[in-house]
Design a protein around this ligand. Structure first.
Ligand code: NAP
Length: 275
C-alpha cells in the first residue's frame, strides 16, 4: 500500500529534471500520474515506461502550458481520463538569462508566459473538479531567485516571485474547499537547467553552499510528497529547499527556540516541586 493510493496527480514539465522525479516519486507512493511536457517525446515515454514498471497508471499529456487553450484542454483531458484530479504540480519552467539592457521583449514574455501565466492557466482549469471533490493539493515550483536578486534573471526572478504571490492568494481563496496551495523554492538543483550555467560559475555557486553540493531532483520530490501526504494544515507557504546561509539561520533560530522552551519547562517543574 502506498501513501498516495487512489490519488490522481498531474505534473507539468515531467519529461526531465525535477518534474520527472516528482512524477516518479508520486507513482512510487501509489498515485496515478499524468505527465505533461512540451517537446521531449522520447524522454516523456521513458518516464512513462518507468512508471509502468512500478505498476502505476500513467497518462502522457503533451501540451504547451504557456498557451492558455492548450493548457486548459490538457487539464480537462486528464480529468476526463482519470475521473478526478487530486494533485497538481505546476513545475514546467524555462530560463532566458540576459541582463535587462540586453533582454528582448520576447525573452521577457516567453519566460513570464511559461513560468507564471501557465500556473494560472493550469490552476484555474484544475480547481473546479478539486472544489467538487472538496480536496486538492497544488504545489508550484518557484525558486530561490524569486526571493532574492540574480544577475541576468529579471524575467525569471519576476516570474518566480509572481508564483509566490499567486500561491498566497490561491491558498486564501481555496482553503474553505480543503485545497492547499504551496510553493517550493529550490536552490541550485542538478538538472538540464543548471547545466546551462558555465562550470566555473557553478563552482562559485557551490562554494557558497554550506553542505558543499547542489540539490537533486530527489530532494525536491521528497518535499512535494511531504506536502501532499503530510501537509494537510500547511497552506500559502514558500518552502525553501536548499542548504544556504538562510536555511542555517532558520536552524539556529529553531535551536534557540527549542532551548528556550526546554529551559522554561525545567523552571516550571522546579517551581512546582518547591510549592
Ligand atoms: P528542466 O530540466 O529544464 O526541465 C523543464 C521541464 O519543463 C521539461 O519537462 C520541459 O519539457 C518542461 N517545459 C518547458 N516549457 C514547457 C511548456 N511551455 N509546456 C510544457 N512543458 C514545458 O528544468 P528543472 O531544472 O527540472 O526545473 C523544474 C522547475 O524547477 C522549473 O520551474 C524551474 O524554474 C524550477 N527551479 C529549478 C532550479 C534548478 O536549479 N534546476 C532551481 C530553482 C527552481 P520538454 O522536455 O518537452 O522541453
Amino acid at each position: 500500500m502506498g501513501r498516495l493510493d487512489g490519488k490522481i496527480a498531474l505534473v507539468t514539465g515531467a519529461s526531465r529534471g525535477i518534474g520527472r522525479e516528482i512524477a516518479l516519486e508520486l507513482a512510487r507512493e501509489g498515485a496515478k500520474v499524468a505527465l505533461n511536457y512540451q517537446s521531449s517525446d522520447a524522454r516523456a515515454q521513458e518516464v512513462a515506461d518507468e512508471i509502468a514498471k512500478l505498476g502505476a497508471a500513467c497518462l502522457i499529456a503533451k501540451a504547451d502550458v504557456a498557451h492558455p487553450q492548450e493548457a486548459r484542454a490538457m487539464v480537462k483531458r486528464v480529468v476526463e481520463h482519470f475521473g478526478r484530479l487530486d494533485i497538481l504540480v505546476n513545475n514546467a519552467g524555462i530560463t532566458r538569462d540576459k541582463s535587462i539592457r540586453k533582454m528582448t521583449d520576447e525573452d521577457w514574455l516567453e519566460v513570464v508566459q511559461t513560468n507564471l501565466n501557465a500556473v494560472f492557466f493550469c490552476t484555474s482549469a484544475a480547481i473546479p473538479v478539486m472544489i467538487e471533490q472538496k480536496y486538492g493539493r497544488i504545489i508550484n515550483l518557484s525558486s530561490m531567485n524569486g526571493q532574492t536578486s540574480a544577475f541576468g534573471q529579471a524575467n525569471y526572478g519576476a516570474s518566480k516571485g509572481g508564483i509566490i504571490a499567486f500561491t498566497k492568494t490561491a491558498a486564501l481563496e481555496l482553503a474553505k474547499f480543503n485545497i492547499t496551495v504551496n510553493a517550493i523554492c529550490p536552490g541550485f538543483t542538478m538538472t538540464d537547467m543548471l547545466s546551462k550555467v558555465p562550470e566555473n560559475i557553478q563552482d562559485q555557486f557551490k562554494a557558497k553552499i554550506p553542505l558543499g553540493r547542489f540539490g537533486t531532483p530527489e530532494d525536491m520530490a521528497k518535499a512535494v510528497t511531504f506536502l501532499v501526504e503530510g501537509g494537510d494544515y500547511i497552506t500559502g507557504q514558500q518552502i525553501n529547499i536548499r542548504k544556504s546561509a538562510v536555511a542555517c539561520g532558520s536552524m539556529v533560530r529553531l535551536f534557540f527556540c527549542r532551548s528556550f522552551f526546554a529551559l522554561r519547562a525545567k523552571n516550571d517543574r522546579q517551581k512546582k516541586k518547591s510549592v
